[in-house]
Design a binder for this molecule. Structure first.
Ligand SMILES: CC1=C(CCC(=O)O)c2cc3nc(cc4[nH]c(cc5[nH]c(cc1n2)c(C)c5CCC(=O)O)c(CCC(=O)O)c4C)C(CCC(=O)O)=C3C
Ligand SMILES: [Fe+2]
Length: 343
């Protein structure tokens, strides 16, 4: 087992003021094939909230909870935080860690699933940052995908049940659960664990999303009908991305007479902008227009079980605890060390 001398939370980052929105979006989309109109549109989502994404505060809250939980469990690793696209930037954090004499880093990404955007991109950003640090740069291990960890599933069960309980009895009777994740290009999904590795056309990403949804539903008070939907698509319209879009699917369901939906953003770990705008504003508005009931389950955030999961994962990697996995899907095509290499 490897000894570690620090824990590092790696997240996406988000703007915290109106003047930060465009520079942030420029960081995210550098070298990417995203139409200008889409960028302007996404910028408006942030301006609607005063230019403040909730993601950084959610990271601070999670870090505070982790600090307390590490203390309570005798884990004496110093805790650091770095983002891929906004301050505190991962590059600066790793430079500081080197200055502090840190050699071995155990890092947790704030994404639970396998795909290029959620895994490989993190590996690439870490490698790029370390390359700039010269000879005795720290070594960084990225904690495995945790989509089926009991500490990830339990909050989703509790929050889905709470949303169901808010629906009037007649709506709850015919409700459809919609498990929502970030859409990605179909080619990226396929590359996350291609056919031949035991996955369907939506790759390891689609299989893991389906498995996590199943794990949540089998723990509810009864067997509600449920399905996977996708949200927050970008890219040119000519490029295929994972479907159906949550709004399109709600339209079809309303036509079929489904009286209400509960949307569970199980593709995310906190209620950041993709949840606050794309679900709480846009999808809710769609439901209102369609005249159907709508509830949105919370994401794990700082739920105690999710915080404990971080401690358990650290134990797993330091040889002081066992692996907690509810699913038995094959590993993604990228292999065990660096998953989801392909793009
Ligand atoms: C799988 C996935 C997750 C979930 C897991 C993970 O974290 O990996 C995620 C999370 C997030 N995505 C976020 C924001 C954005 N994502 C964008 C663009 C893209 N996301 C993609 C995928 C994902 N994204 C992809 C394939 C693109 C196209 C460009 C590319 O191929 O890389 C763009 C550009 C504009 C647009 O196109 O929407 C923005 C602004 C925020 C921050 C929210 C906040 O500020 O609160 C978070 C947590
Ligand atoms: Fe994204």
């Amino acid at each position: 087992m490897r000894p570690y001398d620090a824990f590092l939370l790696i997240s996406f980052g988000g703007p915290e003021g109106e003047d930060e929105v465009i520079p942030f979006l420029e960081n995210v989309t550098r070298g990417r094939n995203i139409p200008r109109e889409r960028l302007a549109e996404v910028g408006e989502h942030y301006f609607l909230f005063g230019g403040v994404s909730p993601i950084n505060q959610q990271c601070r809250d999670l870090l505070a909870a982790i600090t307390t939980d590490f203390d309570a469990n005798g884990i004496d690793l110093p805790i650091y935080w770095g983002n891929r696209f906004w301050e505190p930037m991962l590059t600066d954090t790793l430079a500081q860690m080197k200055k502090d004499g840190i050699r071995r880093v155990l890092a947790l990404p704030t994404s639970a699933y396998c795909n290029w955007s959620s895994r490989t991109a993190y590996h690439e950003d870490i490698e790029r940052a370390l390359a700039g640090l010269g000879e005795d740069a720290p070594e960084v291990d990225l904690i495995r995908p945790f989509y089926d960890h009991p500490g990830f599933i339990e909050p989703l069960v509790e929050y889905t049940q709470a949303s169901l309980d808010k629906l009037p009895a007649d709506q709850r009777e015919g409700v459809r659960l919609l498990f929502s994740a970030h859409s990605i290009p179909s080619a990226m999904a396929e590359a996350s664990g291609p056919p031949g590795h035991g996955f369907g056309p939506e790759g390891a990403y689609g299989a893991q999303l389906a498995e996590a949804a199943r794990l949540v539903v089998e723990r509810l008070d009864r067997a509600y009908p449920y399905e996977l939907v996708y949200q927050s698509r970008s890219g040119p319209p000519s490029q295929p991305w994972l479907e159906p879009d949550v709004n399109d699917r709600m339209e079809e369901l309303a036509e079929e007479g489904v009286p209400a939906v509960v949307v569970i953003p199980h593709g995310f770990v906190s209620d950041h902008m993709e949840v606050k705008f794309d679900l709480d504003v846009e999808a809710r508005d769609t439901a209102k227009k369609l005249g159907i009931g709508y509830e949105r389950a919370l994401s794990p955030g700082t739920h105690p079980a999710f915080v404990s999961m971080v401690t358990e994962l650290v134990r797993e990697y330091t040889g002081r605890g066992e692996e907690h996995k509810l699913a038995s899907l094959p590993p993604c095509a990228g292999g065990s060390g660096q998953c989801c290499k392909q793009r």
